[in-house]
Write a protein that binds this ligand. Structure first.
Ligand code: NAG
Ligand code: NAG
Ligand code: NAG
Ligand code: NAG
Ligand code: NAG
Length: 476
């Protein structure tokens, strides 16, 4: 598809080489007059694509007789071209699509409206004044003869996708339909949701794994191969800013399964955390992981099957469905049956206080190999949302108004393994394997790989884990 665009652009550029000089010499150029009408449809990078497809008159409209205001930007060459009948002279200064659109397509001007003045054009279609169309996250209203568009930065940035895929960055980007139409602000507001770690968490004592120092660490390690059926795959937080709950529940579930030697393999319920460990059930507007671990230690969680994700995370009735009580013998029990009444077991699972793992790459690897997946608090940049495959490293947006298109916020994920890959230039690249919470259609089946050993996006800055709290009657 892109090759097609490129050929198109190329051929226009080629035509342009000989027409460009003449554009300026042809008309008695009065630049002031050209811009008496502003054509909003040509403003903003999001419309470049439409223009690249050769839509000049098609987007702008056609004019009768000589109309020096009937001019549009020949974008690739930074020149002007015309869509009025006067352009059809020996030394034509018509836009490339003038002939095909203005002359051969007889619908224009609409026969019912000769000398048409009102309304706007887009993709060869005429829109009444007042029409509203959407373009990614922005909406455009036809006011008189031009589109007036909102100018929000969108979460999906086609230019950034193209930039990543054209370069040699080690990963590929994709246009995700679930993110299309969201503003950048909304993406960061609804798809992450882990508060920056507080100083208490950051000053936590680090524990090093007790694996003998000589133990050779394998080149590749994948938790689900070592513990098949005991680790849990990525869920989808949708537009609920609760990565604090998803990552914590998932790490806790893996750890309990591994520690109980497969006796308790249930996934734990992030919804239980979202609804019960946040004030008034507002767990979808962000939370802290130390609070989540506190809840796992003091109150405990039921399984994901027992307390599944609600369809509408934003519903106002997301009140906590159950609490837990202690039987005085070190065990807690749920006060109510499962919200999902097909599931009978409302067993409560608990964890030890969390501990911090050293930021040393080798120590993190030892910890994962010996005790299971760990939680990592990372920094998410705008390009991360587009990740499809490969080894992620941050690639900065190249947009002219780059500040507007940049953002950075904390997120929590689960590290499940590591590996190495020989890159294009024969250089060995080390990576972590991590589970995100944006569903299985994102990234590599819901997982992503990220550079290892260089603190990429702060992935090694804060690593947290905990033990399952199993009482003697729980032991296998
Ligand atoms: C047209 O746009 C230019 C610059 O983009 C601006 O200075 C001018 O005020 C605009 N004119 C109208 C009529 O909106
Ligand atoms: C991206 O995906 C959306 C929805 O799937 C689609 O409407 C849009 O045209 C795509 N954009 C680009 C630039 O490919
Ligand atoms: C959730 O509700 C709030 C307040 O009603 C609203 O501002 C927000 O846009 C909603 N979020 C989603 C994802 O619908
Ligand atoms: C990480 O720890 C290992 C031993 O556990 C040590 O050999 C290595 O030097 C440490 N790396 C750094 C960067 O401190
Ligand atoms: C990782 O990077 C962040 C900021 O870039 C820094 O604050 C932190 O100390 C780094 N951590 C390690 C282990 O290098």
């Amino acid at each position: 598809m892109w090759t097609g665009f490129k050929i198109l652009i190329f051929s226009y550029l080629a035509t342009e080489v000989w027409t460009k000089r003449r554009y300026l010499s042809q008309r008695e150029v009065d630049l002031g007059a050209y811009f008496t009408r502003n054509h909003t449809i040509l403003e903003g990078t999001r419309f470049k694509r439409a223009i690249f497809q050769g839509q000049y008159c098609r987007s702008f409209g056609c004019c009768e007789d000589r109309d020096d205001g009937c001019v549009t930007q020949f974008y690739e060459a930074n020149a002007l071209c015309y869509c009025d009948r006067f352009c059809e002279r020996e030394n034509s200064d018509c836009c490339p699509d003038y002939k095909s659109f203005c002359r051969e397509e007889k619908e224009w001007p609409p026969p019912t409206q000769p000398g048409y003045t009102e309304g706007c054009f887009r993709d060869g279609q005429h829109y009444e004044k007042g029409s509203v169309i959407t373009e990614n996250c922005n909406s455009c209203t036809c006011s008189g003869q031009q589109w007036k568009c909102s100018q929000d930065a969108c979460l999906v940035q086609p230019e950034l996708i193209e930039h990543v895929n054209k370069g040699d960055h080690g990963w590929t980007a994709q246009n995700y339909s679930q993110f299309w139409g969201m503003t950048l602000e909304e993406g960061f507001k609804f798809r992450l949701g882990t508060l920056p770690p507080n100083p208490k968490l950051l000053s936590m004592h680090e524990i090093t794994a007790s694996l003998p120092a000589q133990t050779d660490l394998p080149e590749v390690f994948i938790a689900s191969y070592k513990w098949p059926g005991w680790t849990h795959g990525p869920l989808d937080q949708k537009n609920c800013a609760a990565s604090w709950a998803f990552s914590t529940a998932s790490v806790a579930a893996d750890r309990i399964a591994i520690q109980s030697n497969g006796r308790y393999t249930a996934n734990l319920s992030p919804q239980n955390l979202i609804s019960c460990c946040a004030k008034k059930g507002h767990g979808c507007s962000g939370g802290s992981i130390d609070r989540a671990w506190w809840f796992l230690r003091k109150r405990g969680l039921v399984s994901h099957a027992c307390y599944p994700l609600f369809k509408d995370q934003n519903a106002t009735n997301n009140i906590c469905a159950m609490a837990s009580w202690s039987d005085g013998r070190g065990k807690r029990h749920a006060t109510k049956p499962c919200p999902n009444n097909i599931e009978k077991s409302n067993r409560i699972y608990q964890c030890s206080p969390p501990y911090r793992v050293s930021s040393n790459e080798t120590e993190i690897m030892r910890e994962i190999m010996q005790n299971g997946p760990v939680q990592a608090v990372m920094q998410v940049h705008e390009d991360f949302f587009h990740y499809k495959a490969g080894i992620y490293r941050h690639v900065a947006s190249t947009n002219e108004e780059s500040e507007k298109y940049r953002k950075l916020r904390t997120h929590a994920v689960k590290l499940t393994g590591w590996g190495t890959l020989r890159g294009a230039k024969g250089k060995k690249e080390k990576f972590w394997i991590a589970a995100n919470s944006w569903g299985k259609s994102w990234g590599e089946n819901g997982y992503f790989r990220i550079l290892r050993g260089v603190n990429e996006s702060d992935i090694e800055k804060l690593i947290i884990a905990a033990w399952g709290q199993l009482i003697s009657s729980d032991e296998p």
